[in-house]
Design a binder for this molecule. Structure first.
Ligand SMILES: Cc1cc2nc3c(=O)[nH]c(=O)nc-3n(C[C@H](O)[C@H](O)[C@H](O)COP(=O)(O)O)c2cc1C
Length: 185
């Protein structure tokens, strides 16, 4: 099964790259998945510029077709995301809006980070969006309070954090396998 770990923030100097890399290092050693790091800064989508609803699958732009095939090949996702003003980053919402069926019947786990809420308010908003796309947000969460875990712009992961990543990977593997017949249909 293929797991795509999506770094959602795109701004220069972001923390998201470090956190995505940390989760990827954990996922690489997980037997259930072939993990891939997907960076929305590199994907570099413009604001949604397709004339038709994404559920038609008719895309006129090459960037949409490339994003479609990248998302389509995944069996499960982890969104690595901060919250911006209690919500998801616009880059993540835009990347979700670009596609439709490519997301369907795939589980998603959230690795969030931020101040006192550790990004969880943004995750709550994102769950509402992903269920519309027929994604399945899993129960396991990784929520990183940056004051506790970030020093000089670097993530200092401890055993508890690595354990929470392992729990998320285990649940994703189970749910992704259970949903495979839905994806096949
Ligand atoms: C536009 C903006 C809005 C933010 N809003 C919140 C917020 O609502 N809650 C929070 O805990 N942190 C907030 N922060 C602080 C972020 O948690 C922190 O800057 C984090 O590093 C952002 O992720 P990034 O570096 O990957 O972009 C905000 C930061 C930015 C740039």
């Amino acid at each position: 099964m293929k797991l795509h770990i999506v770094i959602s923030s795109t701004r220069p100097g972001r923390l998201g790259g470090h956190i995505g890399q940390w989760f990827y290092e954990n996922a690489k050693h997980h037997n259930g998945f072939e993990a891939r790091l997907v960076d929305l800064a590199e994907v570099n989508l413009p604001f949604l510029d397709e004339p038709e609803h994404p559920s038609t699958g008719r895309y006129v732009h090459e960037h949409s077709r490339q994003w479609s095939s990248l998302v389509d090949e995944a069996d499960a996702f982890v969104f690595v995301t901060p919250e911006y003003n209690y919500g998801m980053p616009a880059s993540l919402k835009n990347a979700l809006d670009f596609l439709y069926h490519e997301w369907s019947h795939k589980p998603v786990g959230f690795v969030s980070y931020g101040g006192v809420s550790a990004g969880t308010r943004g995750v709550q908003m994102t769950k509402q969006v992903v269920t519309t796309l027929r994604m399945y947000p899993i129960g396991a969460t990784v929520a990183i309070p940056t004051r506790q875990y970030v020093e000089n712009g670097e993530l200092r992961a401890d055993q508890a954090l690595n354990d929470s990543a392992a729990s998320m990977l285990a649940e994703l593997a189970i749910v992704s396998a259970a949903m495979a017949p839905m994806r096949a249909a």
